[in-house]
Write a new protein. Structure first.
Length: 74
């Protein structure tokens, strides 16, 4: 979970942030954060998952550090 992310450059710079329940993730991901009930995913405009992070604020910060505009998806 503590890995460098190389975000692709795409037309536009909007990314989408959404909550992902742990039970919907592969076992290897769940094992890295057994104390969490959910992670937050950052998705590109094409729906590709770019990153998983521990909390919503971190997802927004990660996007902004990569010159992307995060938008929350419910």
């Amino acid at each position: 979970m503590n890995m460098k992310h190389n975000f692709p450059t795409a037309e536009g710079n909007t990314v989408y942030v959404r909550r992902v329940e742990m039970d919907s993730l592969p076992a290897e991901v769940r094992q890295q954060a057994p104390e969490l009930q959910a992670l937050y995913a950052v998705h590109g405009i094409d729906g590709e998952r770019l990153a998983l992070v521990a909390d919503r604020g971190l997802a927004f910060m990660l996007a902004r550090q990569n010159e992307l505009n995060p938008v929350s998806v419910h």
